[in-house]
Ligand binder design. Structure first.
Ligand code: NAD
Length: 250
């Protein structure tokens, strides 16, 4: 894909399922990948795997809910890998339970990770991109933002907020040479989905229900998401902004 050779890319939640596949795919396109995760071992494993395969990557421990950590990790990325050209806001977390059984501490944590974390990252990265008149932002939301999802009310609200935020930032930054798009995974085979299923009475039954609702008849694979994310992070998508695409098997 165009524009990725030696481009500096940050992927938050880069140690997880969709994030690690995305990091590997960017690296395969020649990008320098900053693997951000609050789990340092997971981030380092992904970065080391990329380097072992001949690619360029560095791991950064960063809890995106903490603005000071975000600022430090973004500054370290700039110093080690160069000015940030692509930001993928991918880190996320979910709980599965009926809305009336959720407690405010859970809402606070869901909002902190899924929405405020993205705000911190965007605030840290957008001024530099605006100055350079160049940048690609890809925000990873969820199909839950589009159609709702029983058992995921607050998560859906956060992801809906991320979609609205992205559309607004796309308008604000279009004249600055920055595009902002959203990729919405459907149920995808990662630790997050397994964690969501654990919240159900019968986890295997919930996964089957997710699967049978997908026209293509299977869960998403992290690589399915990585293809779309890397496309929107490349210059191939330069004239596309404010768009929301589902990668969900139909
Ligand atoms: P995952 O659990 O495999 O990976 C998430 C990663 O984010 C983990 O490595 C975790 O350590 C990291 N993380 C969590 N909180 C963080 C924080 N505060 N700071 C930094 N890192 C943090 O999950 P995944 O399925 O790969 O999810 C990736 C994205 O896709 C998320 O935004 C999720 O909401 C979204 N999504 C996933 C599915 C699915 O079915 N898997 C469906 C819809 C949307």
């Amino acid at each position: 894909m165009q524009g990725l050779k030696n481009q500096t890319v940050i992927v938050t939640g880069g140690g997880g399922g969709i994030g690690s596949a995305t990091c590997r795919r960017f690296a395969a396109e020649g990008a320098k990948v900053a693997v951000f995760d609050m789990n340092p071992a997971a981030a380092e494993e992904v970065a080391a795997g990329i380097r072992a395969a001949g690619g360029q990557a560095a791991a950064f421990q960063c809890d995106i809910t903490d603005r000071a950590q975000v600022d430090a990790a973004v500054a370290a990325t700039g110093a080690q890998l160069g000015p940030v050209g692509v930001l993928v806001n991918n880190a996320g977390w979910d709980v599965f339970k009926p809305f009336v059984k959720t407690v405010p501490a859970e809402w606070d944590r869901l909002i902190a990770i899924n929405l405020t974390g993205a705000l911190h990252m965007l605030h840290a990265v957008l001024p530099g991109m605006s100055e350079r008149r160049s940048g690609h932002i890809v925000n990873v939301a969820s199909d839950a933002a589009r159609g709702g999802s029983s058992g995921e009310a607050v998560y859906s609200a956060c992801k809906g907020g991320l979609v609205a935020l992205s559309k607004t930032l796309a308008r604000e930054h279009a004249r600055h040479g920055i595009n902002v798009n959203v990729v919405c995974p459907g149920p995808t085979d990662t630790a997050l989905l397994a964690g969501v299923a654990e919240g159900a009475r019968d986890p295997a039954k919930l996964i089957e229900a997710f699967k049978s609702a997908i026209p293509m008849g299977r869960l998403g694979r992290p690589e399915d998401l990585a293809s779309a994310i890397v496309f929107f992070g490349s210059d191939d998508a330069s004239f596309i902004t404010g768009q929301v695409i589902s990668v969900s098997g139909g």
